[in-house]
Design a protein around this ligand. Sequence first.
Ligand code: ATP
Ligand code: MG
Length: 423
Amino acid sequence: MAKTIQAIRGMNDCLPEVSGTWQRVESTLRQVVANYGYQEIRTPIVESTDLFKRSIGEVTDIVEKEMYTFEDRNGDSLTLRPEGTASCVRAGNEHGLLYNQQQRLWYMGPMFRHERPQKGRYRQFHQFGVETYGLEGPDIDVEVILLSARIWKAFGISDQVTLQINSLGSNDARQRYRDALIDYLKVRSAQLDEDSLRRLETNPLRVLDSKNPDVQAAIQDAPSLLDYLDDESQAHFSNLCERLSQAGIQYEVNPRLVRGLDYYNRTVFEWVTESLGAQGTVCAGGRYDGLVEQLGGKATPAVGFAMGMERLVLLLTTLQATGQDNIAADVYVTSLGADAYALEVAESLRDALPSLKVMMHCGGGNFKKQLKRADKSGAAVAVLLGSEEAENKQATVKPLRGEGEQQTVSLANLADVLKAQMD
Ligand code: ATP
Ligand code: MG
């Protein structure tokens, strides 16, 4: 036998047993963003490597060790996108969508990072994100947070996630904080790991983002960014906090929240859950007022977030019965000696009830065998068609689950009878 070929490690197939849940997640997300007047943007999966180096930052986990970078046949260095924000800004600059304009955008799609695969962490994963441009906030910062909160509400998981927020202030404020942090960390260098020691020199704020418990312990009493904020960022942040409270959003201020990408300033936030183990951040974002200019555009304020869709689907399948999402059929049409009539009935049902899943039995066999298939399909109702039904233009309706009697009805009434059964 030939050797089978397997999927690349950390890159998952989405099988029929969960693809229905994915579809529900995607359509609910689309609905929520439409509800706020956001428009979709689609960008290529492959971009110039420079785009990510210049935006995410050279001294970040993503750029240092997680990117899928390769040379194409022209010798250009290309990278499979590890996130969506950089591409959005690139496209916005390229097509003149940003300067002097207001944009509320969203995207959804696969991202690629060469990380160690584990629950909630994959090498091809999917993000849903929103990005807004041309708005200084904090009103828009509140809006994107409210939008994310509405997503939890739409999935009935508001009680599973908590919001952490922080402000990174201006570049100057971060520079001053950086010096204080270096002084603090230098004294504790014995407790830092190799990565953190290197970052101490290159990008010390990154040390705060370390997942190593020893490093986490060492930064317990590190100076707080919030004590170094410039007056404007301070006002922006307290206004944000006030508006969140007014909107009834509960949050926790986490002065050590810095995020894994370099382009953020002022507002940063994460939604975290305790239901997924170590990979607890389901959504993360913040303000990135400098990025548009950094990538060659005119200075434009921006704020957005990205949500890990695998983690959202994991939350739903962990917490809720999602089997209903993945049922193949609502109605299963069987026939014996009435094949042509069965086709006609199935097609007429699809005309009359486009939202129902109508599956027709193929492959023959007696009614008993066909009803076994009907049961396996998950259908609530089977339609039985024999030569008598064909002759009289009738159909026999057999409920497969719960209460209800088998009954024979005229073809003209069939759609209404089925509709009533499904409600
Ligand atoms: P983490 O701290 O979990 O590594 P991150 O800070 O690298 O996350 P972002 O770049 O902000 O994450 O991405 C936003 C969201 O995308 C994360 O909060 C998470 O839900 C999801 N995400 C990030 N990396 C992965 C991955 N490798 N597999 C699955 N989901 C991911
Ligand atoms: Mg990461």
